[in-house]
Design a protein around this ligand. Structure first.
Ligand code: NIG
Ligand code: FE
Length: 402
């Protein structure tokens, strides 16, 4: 799957498979790969016999809301009564309920909780992950969330990429004053840059949240301040978030369930990666999924993600997302593997270092308890990892009875 750029359209089906292969790792880096029969000349201190199992790059998770306080199972009755997601938010629940819990949590408590979620991601085969703020909605708490990401990146085996999502919702104390609120968030840019607290800036461009005009203005300022750009775009209503992402040269446009024909055409002709989140559509109980087939068939680059968060997609199981991509987005297994490795790595600015098994790159590798790559999306809802290697070290292993 070697490539120096994201795979677009039909290229997403060009998957190289080496049968009966061996991989050599030296000092945490992939040193050699080829046929097992040709590996005899390699001197090895340690041999892992994968016994015919599938080996792939470590998975890249390009869109999570990893750090938050509390949980939202108390909103399930409302959900079951059919109260829409944006209506729960309008009533001060949803994202705003998590904001209250996150503001009330200490940094240590947030870190402990985020670490648990991160451990679970790792167990499912994720070796690099993007994490957003967005449950503080004030300067102090947004920084608290981003500090947690930075500290976890220093201690946890999973590599983290952080995104400032201060523009996730309008906090209660700024109701009716979205402009003033966004100005507050813009004031944080210099500190975030100076302290290396965020690489990307994201905004929730949606009816009742932030308009296209507000999103454009906010993201232009973020771009001037030197951040990469991401947009929660066209998730519920077709506002034109995808077109805005293309206008601004954003790294990604995420969600896209309601993307317009024009948005699809624009994305296909751009370098912006479409990050699709079928777990969210599933969890919100919607019938219509993002038009993955149209996007790929038009020539766009597609990545996949859990959208892990406490409201609209409560799972760290990226393998389940791969099954949903197959069943609900009609993506082929080859396209799905590109979407959770190479394309996801480019979606978070790690295309040059992660997402591929390639000589000279860090040995971030998953050994799967599966005979071939079709098997993972096929056998759904469970964890297929056998061993996860990060920089050549085994950081997760399936417990074997014995
Ligand atoms: O990507 N859409 C906005 N933000 C998140 C959900 C956050 C939440 O409900 O807590 C998403 O789906
Ligand atoms: Fe999200």
């Amino acid at each position: 799957m070697e490539s120096d750029r994201p795979k677009k359209g039909a290229e997403m089906r060009e998957l190289t498979v080496l049968e009966n292969a061996a991989l050599a790792i030296k000092d945490g880096v992939i040193a050699w790969m080829g046929k097992d029969a040709e590996a005899a000349h390699l001197e090895s201190a340690e041999v892992i016999d994968a016994e015919g199992r599938l080996v792939t790059p470590g998975l890249i998770e390009p869109h999570t809301h990893l750090v938050f306080g509390g949980s939202r199972e108390h909103e399930i009755p409302l959900k079951l009564q059919g109260v829409p997601y944006l209506e729960i938010l309008r009533q001060g629940g949803g994202i705003l309920s998590t904001v209250r819990a996150t503001r009330n949590a200490t940094k240590a408590a947030l870190k402990l909780k985020a670490e648990k979620h991160l451990d679970r991601f790792l167990s499912y085969g994720v070796t690099t992950l993007e994490a957003k703020s967005g449950y503080g909605l004030n300067k102090e708490t947004e920084i608290k969330q981003l500090e947690v990401v930075k500290e976890l990146n220093e201690t946890h085996p999973v590599d983290l990429v952080s995104t400032f999502l201060g523009a996730h919702a309008i906090p209660e104390e700024f109701q009716g004053q979205s402009g003033r609120y966004l100005q507050e968030m813009v004031e944080l840019f210099p500190e975030l840059k100076a302290r290396g607290l965020a690489e990307f800036v994201d905004i929730f461009c949606e009816t009742g949240v932030f308009s296209v005009a507000e999103s454009r203005d906010f993201l232009e300022k973020a771009k001037q301040a030197g951040f990469g750009l991401k947009i929660h775009a066209d998730e519920i209503d077709p506002l034109g978030g995808a077109e805005l992402a293309c206008d601004l040269g954003a790294a990604t446009a995420d969600h896209l369930v309601a993307i317009s024909e024009e948005g699809i055409r624009r994305l296909a002709g751009s370098d912006t990666i479409a990050v699709l989140l079928p777990g969210t559509t599933f969890y919100l109980g919607k019938d219509v999924y993002a038009p993955a087939r149209k996007l790929i068939d038009s020539g766009a680059a597609v990545a996949l993600s859990t959208d892990f968060n406490p409201g609209s997609s409560v799972t760290e199981n990226i393998q389940l997302i791969m099954s949903l991509a197959m069943l609900k987005l009609q993506m082929t297994p080859e396209e799905i593997w590109h979407a959770v490795t190479i394309n996801a790595s480019f979606a978070i600015g790690r295309g040059e270092v992660a997402g591929q098994i390639r000589v000279g790159r860090a040995a971030d590798v998953v050994i799967w308890d599966a005979p071939n790559y079709h098997y993972i999306p096929y056998h759904y809802g469970i964890n297929h990892t056998y061993q996860v290697l990060k920089k050549g070290k085994c950081v997760y292993a399936k417990r074997i009875r014995g």
